[in-house]
Design a protein around this ligand. Sequence first.
Ligand SMILES: CSC[C@@H](O)[C@@H](O)C(=O)COP(=O)(O)O
Length: 359
Amino acid sequence: MTMSTPYPLKIRAVWYDKESNTVCWVNTLKLPFKEEVYCSNNPERVAKAIIEMEIRGAPAIGVAAALAVGSYAVEVSSLPLGDFAMSVGKAIDTLWRTRPTAHNLFYALNRLRMILEENVGKNTSPSEIAKMILDEALKVMWEDIESNIRIGEYGAELIPDGATILTHCNAGALATSAFGTAEAVMRVAWYKGKKIKVIATETRPMLQGARLTVWELWKEGIPVTLITDNMAGYVIRRGLVDAVIVGADRVTREGYVVNKIGTYMIALAAKRNNIPFYVAAPTSTIDLSSSINDVVIEERNPREVKYVLDKLITVEEVNALNYAFDITDPDLVTAIITEKGIVYPPFEENLKKIMKDRG
Ligand SMILES: CSC[C@@H](O)[C@@H](O)C(=O)COP(=O)(O)O
């Protein structure tokens, strides 16, 4: 399955290699210093890559997990049906437990689990089921790329020529399969000739902004300025920012946006200073079945806070908190840019409308 795209896919974060029947990914932990690629169809290895953040960003996690299950299903398709079903079910469970917050992971794995269960019930042969699962995983990947491009096209309309956009974390190609969400908006605006500039926050503790967003925009030729996270409020207050655009890991039915830790403070500053705060997210990130009270905010190893690029920066024994995500209230969000269109408040009502044909 291939797809021609109206814009170049200059960076691929996650893809399928047919020849070796593996999922391949760029190890984002090594960027921007080294472009290291790994390929595997071992669910445990891919799960480790997600947990340790070689692969990160909500859509990229979903696509990688789907392709891991798809390629693994093909790998074990010579097993008898019962053993095949058990092995693939176990692979889905392993990937399910990797990171708890991004909805895309559960969305993608649920699609594959449904195919497995339906067809095991019908006594379909393992090789046919494996093919269906792999095809579905590839569909998840292409849908992701397609959504990113649509998000870019819808979002670019909101961006005035010459605008300075502030973004947080990395919602670029490296957080998806190929094109990005918040960065898709910037890319398309840029390709359409809008002379935008971007301010990227460094995004402690894992530095996705400094390491990944800056690298991606640099490669694209889009002017980018790096700031520390704690500069965002002042930079906005000084009038240096025309709009904020971020991605999301999960959008709840009420329109709460769960995204990288630090997003909430930026949204507050944007509201206070009357600049728009946009969220770019595919519908695979929107979970109408979750209310804000159900959301699990991942807490990661405190070591990530105490060390920067493997260098200890504090007293080794100190306690550190490491919430990976925060929650932005719906009233701080100007609009959510999806592949189906731009959603404005009231979010609870309008998200429902846009999600109607998503099922
Ligand atoms: C298009 S990616 C949107 C989000 O996944 C992104 O902003 C983010 O918070 C990523 O967090 P990470 O911990 O790097 O996986």
